[in-house]
Design a protein around this ligand. Structure first.
Ligand SMILES: [Zn+2]
Length: 90
């Protein structure tokens, strides 16, 4: 294979790699947008109050909101001391 041919092949590989990177970049961008929206929904609405209310709702629906077990399902009818402490300190 001539050197020119291998360089052309290399060029086309680099180009397809670049377009893959571009796709991934857009995907990450979309995820970051979504992540920002979700966390502002959860924590900012009307600063503490709304976030606090939302967390309380999540807890009452049966999810952990403490950093230890976050988003895991609570044992039915059992309070989690970490969750309660977490709600209190906010
Ligand atoms: Zn908990």
């Amino acid at each position: 294979m001539k050197l020119t041919e291998s360089i052309i092949e290399l060029e086309s590989r680099v180009q397809s790699l670049l377009s893959e990177i571009r796709e991934i970049k857009m995907h990450v961008y979309a995820l970051e947008e979504q992540n920002e929206k979700l966390s502002s929904k959860l924590f900012n609405g009307r600063p503490e109050q709304k976030g606090q209310q939302k967390l309380k709702e999540l807890y009452e629906e049966g999810s952990h909101i403490c950093p230890f077990y976050f988003a895991k399902i609570r044992e039915e009818g059992e309070d989690c001391l970490f969750c309660l402490a977490f709600l209190k300190e906010r």
